[in-house]
Every structure is written in C-alpha cells, then in structure tokens.
Design a protein around this ligand. Structure first.
Ligand code: AMP
Length: 278
C-alpha cells in the first residue's frame, strides 16, 4: 500500500493505472476508521481493480463551534486496517495541500444543503461538496463508495456529480450498526458509557417508525411525536426528526413506502445522526 501526500503524485500514480484500463474505486473518509468505513473498502475491492482511500479531516465542513480540534484521529491504526482490507493507495493530504491561501471557490447544492443537518450546521455541506469535488479531481475515480448513514450527504453529492458532470458514479452502501443498533460513527467515541447505552434509542425510534407505518399509522406528526418521546426518555436532545422524500429531502406529511425518517440528536455534547428507509 502506498501513502500519498501530494496532489501531483496522487494524480500521476492513478493516471498510470487508468492508462492500463484499470477501474478505480474511491473511499473518502475522515479517518478513525470503523467497520462502516471498512465495509465501504470491502465493497470497493469487490467491484474495482484498484482501491484508493483518503483520510482528511476537512476543516471547511466544521463551524468554529464544532469539534474540528478534538475530532478523533489514529492514523497508524487506520493505515494498517486499510492495508489489511486491500487498499492500494491512501491519500492523506494536510490542510496546506488541500486549501491554498487564496482559496475562494465553493460549491453549493442549493435547497438540499440547507435542509435537515444544514439548518443547524451552516456551511457544512458547502464544505463537503467542495472538498469532495477537489478529491474527485485529484483521484478521478470511476466509483466512489459512500454510506447511507450520512443520507443527506449522499443525496447532496449525487446531485453535485450529476449537475457538474463528474465522470464518477456513487455506490451507496448500507449503514453498519453495533449489536444494539447504534450506527457506527467515529463520534461514538465521545459518548460516556451511560450515553452510549441511551444512544441505542435512536435505532429503536427508527424501528418504531417502521412498525407504526406497518400497522397503518402514517401521519408524520404522530410518528415524530412517538419517536421524540422515546428519545427524550433516554435523555437525548432532539435537533430534528423528519419524515422526508428520499430524493428532494422535503418533509412530507404522511409516511409512504420508500420515504426516509432522518434524525439528529445530541447526547451530552455529542451530536449523532441516523436514518431509515420506510
Ligand atoms: P466519515 O469518516 O464520517 O466522513 O465517513 C466516511 C464515509 O463512511 C461516508 O461515506 C460515511 O457515510 C461512511 N460511514 C460512516 N459511518 C458509517 C456506517 N455506520 N455505516 C456505513 N457507512 C458509514
């Protein structure tokens, strides 16, 4: 496995492979890898000849109040896991490499970026789309593997790719969960043991939504209220619970087949997100 720090070297290595007709799969991450990330790598290894991962904690997607400086990191462990799972290249740039002092250009997916997480995380998706556009221009992959755990992120990036004609296809991969249903996340490491137990209520509340729907209760308000009760009983502070159309991310008044229930909840200082297809 080769560790690449410069943009030019990364482009050169990958273009050489592409010239030989080899397909490139790309897994962008912010590191502190868990089985959710590693499943993306495993899917990429299955589908593509060469797998490139990136590890970069992108400052542009954090607001000044957020956890950029404390975001968990463990590069040595990440690299050995990526190697074990069959990654050929890891791009690990530093901030100077990714953002020059004159950086002025931002990509905004209007409408989608201001819904759900975009309401409380101003500029978050602008940071995500801009860094992913840069990574796609550097790596030039055929396929990019992304988790449905970050559902809004996948929809925003699919839209960016379609609107700006990037020659890359996104492969959506399912959310990987702990045995009690909590979606794996690097941020789970912030939870106290008690918060960790209580955080399983997120998955339970999503299952509850699905069950209510299957018993004929489809009114979004009613489902949101029941989910809120369960989460608040577990001391979670709800940022949002929304029943949304899976393409537009617009809130809808009734649950219907194929819609999503998405949520963001804080346990202590840790903000967690999750979602489920109905
Ligand atoms: P991050 O390192 O949080 O930026 O995540 C990098 C990629 O891993 C994104 O495509 C995420 O959606 C994906 N991911 C994170 N957690 C999970 C999970 N529990 N299951 C599946 N994919 C995940």
């Amino acid at each position: 496995m080769k560790i690449l720090k410069s943009k030019n070297e990364t482009r050169r290595e990958i273009l050489q492979e592409k010239a030989e007709g080899i397909s490139i799969g790309f897994v962008p991450t912010m590191g502190y890898l868990h089985d959710g990330h590693l499943n993306l790598v495993a899917q990429a290894v299955k589908k593509c000849d060469t797998v490139v991962a990136s590890i970069y904690v992108n400052p542009a997607q954090f607001s000044p109040k957020e956890d950029l400086s404390t975001y968990p990191r463990n590069l040595d462990r990440d690299l050995s896991l990526l190697q074990k799972y069959g990654t050929k290249y890891v791009f690990c740039p530093d901030d100077k490499t990714m953002y020059g002092p004159k950086h002025l250009t931002w990509i905004v997916t209007e409408k989608l970026a201001t819904k759900l997480c975009g309401k409380s995380r101003e500029n978050h998706f602008r940071g995500v789309t801009t860094v992913v556009a840069k990574l796609l221009n550097i790596v030039q992959p055929d396929f990019m593997f992304m988790g449905e755990k970050d559902f809004q992120q996948v929809v925003v990036l699919e839209t960016m790719i379609a609107d700006l004609d990037f020659p890359t296809r996104i492969v959506r991969c399912p959310t990987i969960r702990e045995s009690d249903g909590l979606a794996l996340s690097s941020r789970n490491s912030y939870l106290s043991p008690e918060e960790r137990i209580r955080a399983a209520s997120l998955y339970k509340s999503l299952l509850m939504a699905k069950n209510l729907y299957s018993t004929g209760i489809t009114e979004s308000e009613r489902v949101r209220a029941e989910m809120t009760d369960l989460i608040e009983y577990n001391k979670g502070i709800v940022d949002y619970i929304e029943v949304i159309d899976s393409e537009t991310l617009e809130s809808i008044p009734e649950l219907e087949k194929g819609c999503r229930v998405a949520l963001a909840v804080k346990f202590g200082n840790t903000r967690l997100i999750d979602n489920m297809e109905i």
